[in-house]
Design a protein around this ligand. Structure first.
Ligand code: SAM
Length: 244
């Protein structure tokens, strides 16, 4: 059998096993989030528009894969971190942050799509974010339950990034919205939370997809492209002026 065919067969078996396991574990839900993402604008448009509006100079991308995004980012200084491919440094995000001494204007988190890792990536990013800087988080809006299992069982895999976004929405010192493009972009700024989420259950990992689907607009503070840009534009009504 050809190696490519063999690989597809193995992946198919792994996905079928993952779906069955999650079904038997009671993780499956038929609920859906009725968002249809437009083809354009996408994450690159959003990131480049922020660089242009805010005069950002330094960009960090966590998880670069084939550089589809990284190569199109128009920042003067770019650092890309990925243990497998793309970017500029062959490291996990944990190893990168353990040795990094730089600060960044714009950080795009798109590495391992698991709540525990994304939460750490956000906290580390907040530590090295320049004043007036922005963190953008990919894959915050899974539209179907199977897209957010903590193993990949379908072509689109958001993982449970959304749980880290919901947690960030509860933090006092972080202001966050979710832009409804390109699988959901979390947009985080380091300033007073303008609309804090109060959740009685502090165990974010245990949140269920039904819970998100029933109230995703409020939980994620969902907004459109223009509102998300204004939110993160320094000096705008919604943004924060960057100290000169
Ligand atoms: C979805 S892809 C990134 C896509 C890319 N950001 C883009 O927009 O085109 C996820 C990448 O994260 C990388 N990755 C996995 N675990 C990681 C980790 N712990 N730290 C950093 N990157 C990680 C994978 O190797 C993979 O290349």
């Amino acid at each position: 059998m050809q190696p490519q065919l063999m690989q597809r067969l193995v992946t198919g078996c792994q996905w079928a096993h993952g779906r069955l396991w999650n079904y038997l574990a009671g993780n499956y839900s038929r609920a859906e989030i009725p968002v249809v993402f437009p083809e354009k604008p996408d994450r690159k448009d959003f990131l480049n528009e922020l660089i242009s509006r805010n005069g950002y100079r330094t960009y960090l991308e966590i998880g670069c894969w084939n550089d589809d995004c990284f190569s199109k980012i128009a920042a003067p200084h770019k650092v890309g971190v990925d243990p497998r491919s793309g970017g500029t440094l062959r490291l996990t995000s944990d190893d990168f942050f353990a040795r990094n001494a730089e600060r960044f204007d714009l950080i795009f988190i798109d590495g391992l799509h698991l709540y525990e890792q994304v939460q750490k990536d956000i906290l580390h990013s907040l530590d090295v974010l320049e004043d007036g800087g922005t963190i953008v988080l990919h894959d915050c809006v899974p539209t179907r339950c199977i897209e957010q299992y903590d193993t990949q069982v379908t072509r689109i895999w958001n993982g449970d990034v959304w749980k880290a976004m919901v947690e960030a929405r509860t933090w006092e010192g972080v202001d966050a919205v979710t832009c409804l493009i390109d699988f959901g972009l979390g947009v985080l700024r380091k300033r007073a939370n303008g609309d804090p989420l109060h959740l009685p259950n502090g165990n974010f990992k245990s949140l269920r997809f039904d819970f998100l689907a029933a109230d995703y607009r409020r939980l994620l503070r969902a907004v459109g492209f223009d509102t998300a840009l204004a939110f993160a534009t320094n000096g705008s009504r919604d943004g924060t002026r960057r100290p000169q």
